[in-house]
Design a binder for this molecule. Structure first.
Ligand code: C5P
Length: 415
């Protein structure tokens, strides 16, 4: 993950049972390329050993405010870091922070540190709900502390409730969002993602190979950049990124209805879904049976609505009398998966569908097919500008595309 390369993280660990998950967080951060400095409270070492933390972080574990030769550690450590992550942040740590107490290395360092701080609280659900904790969290958020979690589930004490520490990948993602420039802040992005399924009968359906990975990567990048994301998605194995408003659908007609309903409120729509162009003319209520005669079976298919073309036409058409006016210019981005002469097909499709940008890829090309982690795309803009990107990970394509969409929105001045 390029993003974390050379980023310096300071991980503060306080004394809760969730500290046993922190070694996994350190491993993830380092695997992503970040350097991790570990600072513990005295109680943290009751739950996770210094040896484990040193081995995984690849450096010394700091904890003693009065360590020989470490008299200014609370100032230096904070200065040398881009993000402080507190995982777990116990009720006691939050209380000391809220009161501005600096009675160990971690809390003193937090008083001296000026950059962003992300806390992953973890405690029993009654401790989390206690008025003192509520008050401390509200105070700290007012002071600019960012939170990830806690989540609801089974707690270490056996009770069910809110208080589980967020999982390490979610903590890392929340940290990444904090460090990402908010180029889509205040913007509402509408997306379609994945395949659709067109039922033949209760058992069978027509679909395609779309994995939804490209769309999910764009949604993740947009969320990190501060956008609100409405994600209308067909049945896919890829999960919507946390923070997106996911609207699961099955058929093309359901996808069209959900998308058209959300369209008037968005600043940009990126339609990555591989919508089935046709559906069976009739879907049987009972499972179709073979009659054993060996005769060919003919299916009659009818065309599905083209969501992209419909949105484009609505944008161009004046609003009907008495209707709520449509926003001035939602930016409309389409995707085209082609096999052979991809650019020629793409240029023709851009004109026919009337979008602002068409992202074209040749799915027959190595590394650009369905379900791959990489993609090689070309951007065809309505004004004739074309860009041909090298083979990139889908995550990188998502980031670059979000940057392009943000730049385009800035120039069109969409609401
Ligand atoms: O025609 P084709 O399927 O190649 O067009 C691709 C673009 O059009 C994609 O952005 C896709 O999401 C969109 N599309 C749509 N509704 C359809 C078919 C395609 O929105 N019925």
């Amino acid at each position: 993950m390029r993003f974390w390369k050379e980023k310096r993280l300071l991980l503060g660990i306080s004394g809760g049972i969730a500290a046993c998950k922190t070694p996994e967080l350190i491993r993830l951060c380092r695997e992503a390329g970040a350097t991790v400095t570990v600072v513990v409270t005295e109680a943290a070492l009751q739950f996770v050993t210094r040896t484990t933390l040193e081995a995984l972080s690849g450096g010394p574990v700091h904890g003693d405010l009065f360590a020989p030769g470490g008299s200014m550690e609370h100032i230096h450590l904070g200065r040398e870091t881009e993000l402080v992550i507190l995982a777990p942040a116990t009720a006691d740590l939050l209380a000391r922070m809220a009161a501005g107490i600096g009675n160990d290395l971690l809390t003193t360092l937090l008083l001296a540190h000026q950059g962003p701080v992300l806390a992953a609280p973890a405690m029993n659900c009654r401790m989390w709900r206690h008025p003192a904790t509520r008050r401390n969290v509200a105070l700290l958020q007012g002071d600019g502390l960012h939170l990830v979690g806690p989540e609801t589930g089974t707690l270490a004490c056996g009770e069910e409730g809110e208080g589980r520490m967020a999982e390490p990948p979610a903590i890392l993602e929340a940290g990444r969002r904090l460090l990402t420039p908010q180029i889509l802040a205040g913007k509402h992005l509408l997306m379609t993602v994945g395949p659709t399924r067109e039922a033949l009968d209760p058992v069978r359906y027509l679909t395609n190979h779309s994995s939804g990975k490209m769309g999910m990567a764009i949604a993740a990048a947009a969320l990190r950049a501060g956008a609100r994301v409405s994600l209308v998605h067909g049945p896919t194995a890829s999960s919507p990124p946390s923070g997106a408003t996911a609207i699961p659908v099955t058929s093309a007609r359901e996808m069209a209805a959900a998308t058209l309903g959300l369209w008037p409120d968005c600043d940009a729509a990126i339609l990555t879904a591989a919508v089935a162009d046709y559906r069976p003319a009739t879907s049987q209520a009972q499972k179709m049976k073979k009659d054993g005669s060996g005769a060919a079976l003919t299916l009659e298919l009818v065309e599905n609505p083209d969501i992209l073309a419909t949105l484009s036409a609505r944008r161009a058409a004046p609003p009907p009398p008495g209707s709520t006016p449509l926003p001035a210019s939602p930016l409309l981005v389409g995707f085209a998966a082609e096999t052979g002469s991809a650019l020629d097909h793409g240029r023709e499709k851009l004109r026919r569908k009337g979008c602002d940008l068409l992202v074209v890829n040749d799915v027959a090309e190595a590394g650009s097919g369905f379900g791959e982690e990489t993609n090689r795309v070309s951007l065809l803009w309505r004004n004739g500008r074309e860009e041909h990107w090298p083979l990139l990970t889908k995550a990188e394509v998502g980031e670059r595309l979000v940057a392009q969409v943000a730049a385009a929105l800035a120039t069109t001045g969409a609401k």
